[in-house]
Design a protein around this ligand. Structure first.
Ligand code: FAD
Ligand code: FES
Length: 251
């Protein structure tokens, strides 16, 4: 983990309310899939904002972000050549075992971005099926990346792009047709993850979920991001996660 003063090389809109910022770190960027960076958006925003690492290419790292509040609004206004402080890589990330050949990615909302990093890391060695849910056609992004998967199913809440269903329903429909993965990796809104965890528990499928909690330090020191574990203990999403075995975490 390193605190970089990076240079913005691109910051542009990729979908309705969604932007991608590419930073030059000045040295080869290193991270595993599912890790994140804590971006200092400057101004009066003292707390950094955690954003998943989407793409790593040479010295550059790309983060895709949805405009939510003041921090991401401010990030949007930063231009090419400006400096941005980023602490990365943070968190544990996704791991796929050697024996797990067939991987299902299930994502929705801003959860689609870390799944792009999984595809980029494991796409060559594994057989990957991606089930991605968007709000509507305007929110669709990352398609050119997900199309590199062995199978890509895009769905929307309103049926304006792909079938009208959510990512978990799309995954379940394929499961019913006999397309059973060795492992499921997921990221998305908590209700989506809950629904998925119910399915994977019933089907006895290994499942790893990446959680989104409000964060402070991002490095395990402030305890802002704790979540409940099934063994009664607490875990820090930033340091012990953000990826957890679905059997270990209570949502
Ligand atoms: C590990 C991790 C990875 C993330 N990756 C991405 C990503 O790739 N792309 C992306 O767009 N967003 C991602 N997020 C969410 C992102 O951090 C928040 O949307 C962002 O911090 C909001 O900042 P803001 O100043 O714009 O909004 P704020 O003014 O801080 O908040 C605006 C609204 O967003 C809610 N919110 C803020 N932070 C979070 C959060 N962490 N989880 C859920 N709701 C939140 C607030 O409750 C509030 O309603 C990630 C979060 C985590 C923890
Ligand atoms: S954000 Fe500080 S401990 Fe996780």
């Amino acid at each position: 983990m390193k605190d970089y003063i990076a240079t913005i090389v691109k910051n542009e809109k990729i979908a309705e309310n969604v932007y991608a910022v590419t930073l030059d770190l000045g040295e080869p960027a290193k991270a595993r899939c599912g890790q994140f960076g804590n971006l200092s958006v400057g101004g009066t925003h003292l707390l950094r904002r955690p954003i998943a690492i989407c793409k790593i290419e040479g010295n550059t790292v790309t983060f895709c972000y949805q405009i939510k509040g003041e921090g991401t609004q401010r990030l949007k206004t930063l231009g090419v050549g400006e400096k941005l402080n980023v602490l990365m890589p943070l968190g544990n990330g996704f791991y796929v075992e050697e024996t797990e050949k067939k991987v299902a990615l299930v994502g929705g909302g801003v959860g689609v971005f870390p799944l792009i990093s999984v595809l980029r890391q494991y796409g060559v060695d594994k057989e990957i099926s991606a089930y991605i849910g968007y709000r509507n056609k305007g929110a669709v992004c990352g398609v050119e990346e997900f199309e590199k998967a062995d199978k890509f199913t895009a769905v929307t809440d309103d049926g304006s792009y792909g079938e009208k269903m959510n990512a978990v329903q799309a995954f379940q429909a394929d499961l019913a047709k006999g397309n059973r993965p060795d492992v499921v990796l997921a990221c998305g809104p908590t209700p989506m993850l809950r629904a998925l965890m119910k399915v994977t528990a019933e089907e006895n499928l290994p499942c790893y979920v990446s959680l989104e909690e409000r964060m402070g330090c991002g490095i395990g020191a402030c305890l802002v991001c704790v979540c409940d574990m099934t063994d009664g203990k607490k875990a820090r999403v930033c340091k012990d996660g953000p990826v957890f075995d679905a059997c270990d975490v209570i949502l």
